[in-house]
Design a protein around this ligand. Structure first.
Ligand code: HEM
Length: 416
């Protein structure tokens, strides 16, 4: 005898998901008193799961797969079509190894230097300005970092527009109307431009340094020994550029944490590298980013007495797992010290997905994110002084992705 899933009755709850955002799964997890429940989303049956044990099975390749899961509106904006996110098995592992080969120690050291330089240049400019909106500035800084690190040539005059286009891809997926269409248009335009760069690399007219994303992805061969289709190679180069620009969101939340927890700022002024790391981990745990990850059941299996039927859409609660009271003491308190004794489970702290980088779909850019955040944190705390004027610093747990309302306005910026 199988258990019945706690079930949310009704024809479809996609609108509730949009209305409740990051709290959609946590709210039902609480009311059903269950880490797993069944509902209907996007016109189909769906299972929602939360917590460490749920993450462990979600990242078991024999149980779940990704092909055909992402809805079109996400593919047309956030992900692109036929990228690594949509692959399974040997094809996925082969493509993923292309990404992970970009994340070597020396390439991460290069990233640190690039990030420091771009922050220095930006903060010098800010000294001449009355005030800045950190979110807008950070998107541009991140775009410069992304292009230099990935070997993508961009004219200085084009950076602002490119940053906006890459940001539109992650700002638009759940938006309706013009903002959504902006994201689709941006993806089309940037894909076409990057595809042109890939062609130039293959023809020998453009020579990005070895080890950069543009070089490695352009010349990557699939399991049949063929280059990726130009359009797909462009999707994968953008899978490096776009999420680096998205780190601007974490930089906003970093500034928010420094502001809301002044005792942390004092501590950071004399802290060692270990504490910086713990602070960055806590920013990634505490603040909302990706609410959930999606997969579908590969073939029937049972887990904890529940039958998971082949083909069922399954969502893993990333935000809720990072705030799970079974896993974290007082999860709604910002406390970097919690990471001093953390046992590094691949399934309890999952802002960028869980499991194994090479074998599964865990974010390929987690080290890149941490590196850039640590350098940026140091800049905000130790390299500049600034004031935050009165503004709306609240952020939503409904709008996805969540960004502080004012974008964090800073004024009277001085380099220390
Ligand atoms: C801005 C902060 C970031 C967040 C919150 C984030 C989050 C995520 C999440 C939740 C996933 C999906 C996990 C899953 O499907 O199970 C993912 C996948 C991925 N991320 Fe990130 N990410 C970030 C930054 C980056 C960066 C900087 C890069 C590249 C430099 C990157 C590249 C990727 C790639 C290529 C995948 C697909 C992996 C696969 O399907 O195997 N991400 N990320």
């Amino acid at each position: 005898m199988m258990n019945q899933f706690p079930r949310e009755e009704g024809l479809d709850h996609s609108l509730n998901l949009l209305r409740e955002g990051y709290m959609y799964i946590p709210n039902r997890k609480k009311s059903f008193a269950s880490n797993v429940f069944e509902t209907r989303l996007l016109g189909q049956n769906a299972i929602c799961m939360s917590g460490e044990k749920a993450a462990e099975i979600f990242y078991d390749e024999e149980k779940f797969m990704r092909n055909g899961v992402a809805p079109k509106r996400l593919q047309k904006t956030l992900f692109g079509e036929e990228g690594v996110q949509t692959l399974d098995d040997a094809a996925h592992r082969h493509r993923k190894s292309m990404f992970m080969a970009l994340m070597t120690k020396s390439r991460l050291e290069a990233l640190q230097d690039i990030t420091e330089k771009q922050w220095r240049l930006a903060t010098r400019k800010w000294e001449q300005m009355e005030q800045i909106v950190l979110y807008d500035e950070a998107k541009e800084i991140m775009c410069r970092i992304a292009c230099v690190w990935a070997g993508v040539p961009v004219e200085e005059g084009e950076i602002k527009e490119l940053a906006e286009q890459l940001a539109a891809m992650f700002e638009s997926p759940t938006a309706l109307g013009p903002q959504h269409w902006k994201g689709r248009r941006a993806r089309k335009q940037v894909e076409k431009w990057v595809e042109g760069l890939v062609d130039q690399v293959r023809e020998g007219h453009l020579n990005p340094a070895e080890g950069t994303a543009l070089h490695e992805i352009s010349l990557h061969k699939d399991l049949e020994g063929e280059y990726l289709e130009g359009r797909v190679a462009a999707v994968e180069v953008i899978n490096i550029l776009r999420p680096i620009v998205a780190i601007a969101i974490y930089i906003n939340f970093t500034a928010l944490a420094i502001h809301h927890y002044p005792e942390q700022k004092e501590k950071l002024e004399t802290a060692d590298a270990k504490y910086f790391q713990m602070f960055v981990q806590e920013v990634r745990r505490f603040y909302p980013f990706f609410p959930m990850a999606a997969a579908k059941v590969r073939k029937d299996f049972s887990w904890e007495g529940y039958l998971f039927k082949e083909g069922t859409l399954t969502l893993l609660d990333l935000y809720g797992t990072n705030h799970d009271t079974e896993l974290w003491d007082n999860p709604d308190i910002f406390n970097p010290y919690r990471f001093s004794g953390w046992d590094k489970s691949p399934f309890d702290f999952i802002p960028q997905g869980g499991g194994d980088y090479m074998m599964g779909h865990r974010c390929a850019g987690e080290f890149v994110t941490i590196e850039i955040m640590e350098v940026s944190l140091n800049f905000l705390v130790n390299n500049i002084m600034y004031q935050l004027p009165e503004q709306d610093l609240s952020y939503s747990l409904v709008t996805m992705p969540s960004i502080p309302k004012s974008g964090v306005i800073m004024r009277d910026i001085r380099v220390k």
